[in-house]
Design a protein around this ligand. Structure first.
Ligand SMILES: NC(=O)C1=CN([C@@H]2O[C@H](COP(=O)(O)OP(=O)(O)OC[C@H]3O[C@@H](n4cnc5c(N)ncnc54)[C@H](OP(=O)(O)O)[C@@H]3O)[C@@H](O)[C@H]2O)C=CC1
Length: 412
């Protein structure tokens, strides 16, 4: 081959490669279609997703307890660089990287996610954290690492590493559909964000807030909620105490006694279509969310965010069908842990599966947003019921929202 011909050939080859590369990047950005992770993949990441994935420093500008028991504390955060805050949709969360002292020894980095607890405000973000004690039936278990770190050590002036807001649990902007916000315990936090946004941006929208908690000691945002209900005729406040204290007065401190359940919703909500938003402790999620399906609420009108280890299983026909399709037993090997286990479709995600078998796996948001459980996928394919918010690195997968699409070898 002559030198000019060789040069022309190389140039043509380079141009072709460039054209294909750009074409692929545009296709991926506009359609974002992937619902599986494979052992290898595309390395191009859209700029907006890169920005969301970056850590940014925030200073704590204020802290404030929200309940009489001082078990729930709000932290106000402003960016150290003085730039504008990233926008968010009410219901979304922030991801934190925290250096937490490990049993009094060296600090170790952990990742945790906390819902934003106020409507978007150009001056700051706000989160509200409940101190998680050891369970009463297991006082020997460790209390919540991150929540106790925040309560005991994080003070005004401290700087924290935070990722931009994310998550697919947020209020639908369609004001014609009344919103039913159901917050159990600290699950009130995303509801506060949605509620404050609604009363400001959509004052004509009917909003029914069901707040389930034990009693007035733990009643967060009590004065704020009562004031909002007084000022906004379309806000219908239902506070539900499960264990009222001796001085708690029905009709003044709370409207209902017991748990938030479908029976209560049936009795109190007017007829017609509603959008349901649910966030609370595992027991509430596991009973209430499937009960809404059984009651006949269409799947697209049920939105939920689960706290804690168990993912919510809807039990509706569509979910059962999808689960049955992939219920064939397959082997899942966890290389670092040295365990090979059989997946039989009993778990909602690979994370639940790993935890049920006692494997220690890092996890943050548990909803595909923060990337804490991202693991190298050495072979096989992982399925996602919907595209995760976190941009999964090529050759990796997310355990918290993934299920096996075939036999797997994972690095974890
Ligand atoms: N610190 C934080 O900010 C974070 C906390 N979490 C998690 O949140 C969870 C606990 O939330 P917490 O605020 O302590 O909740 P609580 O345990 O205080 O429960 C809140 C209310 O829900 C009621 N409840 C219990 N079971 C049901 C049910 N089946 N249906 C309806 N209502 C029910 C409780 O009643 P009863 O009196 O019967 O118990 C109580 O009134 C923990 O799993 C924690 O790890 C997760 C992330 C962040």
């Amino acid at each position: 081959m002559t030198a000019p011909l060789l040069l022309a050939w190389i140039t043509a080859a380079l141009l072709l490669q460039l054209a294909l590369g750009i074409g692929f990047a545009v296709w991926r950005h506009s359609r974002k279609p992937a619902t599986t992770s494979q052992g290898a993949g595309d390395a191009t990441v859209p700029e907006a997703q890169l920005a969301a994935a970056r850590w940014r420093e925030f200073r704590v500008t204020r802290r404030e307890f929200e309940d009489r028991a001082h078990s729930q504390c709000s932290f106000y955060l402003a960016p150290v660089d003085g730039g504008p805050l990233a926008p968010f949709k009410p219901g979304q969360f922030l991801t934190f990287s925290l250096q937490v002292p490990d049993n009094g020894a060296d600090a170790r980095a952990i990742t945790r996610c906390y819902s934003l607890s106020d409507a978007p405000d150009p001056a700051h973000h706000r989160i509200t954290i409940k101190r998680v004690a050891a369970p009463p039936d297991h006082p020997e278990w460790a209390p919540g690492l991150s929540s106790n770190h925040f309560h005991e050590r994080v003070q005004v002036g401290d700087v924290l590493k935070v990722k931009a807001p994310s998550g697919h649990f947020f209020i639908d902007a369609d004001a014609s559909v009344p919103a039913v916000l159901i917050g159990g315990g600290i699950g009130i936090t995303p509801m506060m964000s949605m509620l404050r946004w609604c009363v400001t941006e959509q004052p004509q929208r009917d909003v029914h807030l069901f707040y389930g908690l034990r009693n007035s000691d733990e009643h967060a945002f009590k004065a704020v909620l009562e004031q909002l209900a007084q000022d906004h005729a379309r806000l219908h406040l239902h506070v539900v105490y499960s264990r009222p204290g001796p001085n708690d007065v029905a009709g003044r401190d709370y409207q209902h006694r017991g748990h938030v359940d479908v029976e209560l919703l049936r009795r109190t909500l007017p007829h017609g279509r509603h959008g349901f938003y649910v966030c609370g402790p595992p027991a509430l999620m596991e009973s209430l969310v499937p009960a809404l399906v059984t009651w006949g609420v269409p799947r697209q009108d049920i939105h939920f965010e689960a706290f804690g280890p168990a993912s919510v299983r809807l039990g509706d026909a569509q979910t059962r069908e999808a689960e049955a399709e992939f219920a064939e037993p397959v082997e899942v090997a966890f290389q670092r842990s040295g365990r090979t286990l059989v997946w039989n479709g009993a778990d909602a995600s690979l994370l639940d599966f790993a935890e049920r078998h006692g494997l220690a796996v890092e996890a943050g948001c548990r909803s595909g947003g923060c990337g804490s459980c991202e693991t190298k996928l050495l072979s096989g394919s992982v399925r996602y019921a919907r595209q995760p918010d976190h941009d999964v690195k090529p050759g990796h997968c997310l355990l918290c929202v993934g299920t096996p699409g075939s036999a797997l070898v994972l690095e974890a």
